[in-house]
Design a protein around this ligand. Sequence first.
Ligand SMILES: Cc1cc2nc3c(=O)[nH]c(=O)nc-3n(C[C@H](O)[C@H](O)[C@H](O)COP(=O)(O)O)c2cc1C
Length: 191
Amino acid sequence: MTTAPVRVVLLVGSAREGRLAPDVADWFAGVARRRGDLVLDVVDVARHPLPSDLAADDPVAAALRPRLAAAEAYAVVVPEYNRSIPGPLKTLVDSFQTEWRAKPVGFVGYGLGAAGGVRAIEHLRQIFAEFHCVGMKDVVTFPRVLDHFDAEGRFPAEPERSEAAAKLMLDQLTWWAEALRAAKAARPYGA
Ligand SMILES: Cc1cc2nc3c(=O)[nH]c(=O)nc-3n(C[C@H](O)[C@H](O)[C@H](O)COP(=O)(O)O)c2cc1C
């Protein structure tokens, strides 16, 4: 029996001009796309500006809804902003509810400081707990993120360690997604 690839939405979690998020997200997406057990849909918060009043009839939210709902798992690229997550990412999460429900979430964090985005990741883990999500234990982090660019601006400068961390997280993510796929087919969550 063949198993259908897990549908993963990769959330790119910052929106400011000059952001590093695309460097981190492009690297991670490249690692993920080399796997045969998942398919990736990239949702960049910078490309989907959502209203902070969370208007129910917002067309951007309406367009995103089916993509988020179709996901069986999420991976989030998140920088640390003042020991937490960027505002546009929080608005995106707050703009949806049942779409997130009972799915696994993996985290890729970074920041200028030594924490490497861990404080943002741990906040995000708590936020997703509200939606009955399972946060992956192992995370990918880039402490002092500027040190991970080489002289030519390539990221990450030494990919081996980060690729191993990404593999560990994605192995956990796909395990949970496949397990929950089977469990939900047997009995809808919360029913
Ligand atoms: C408003 C703001 C707050 C920040 N706070 C932190 C922080 O608490 N810890 C940290 O390590 N880096 C912090 N940084 C640095 C960012 O993590 C770093 O600039 C990163 O590249 C931001 O992601 P982005 O380039 O995708 O926007 C902060 C940056 C901004 C803009």
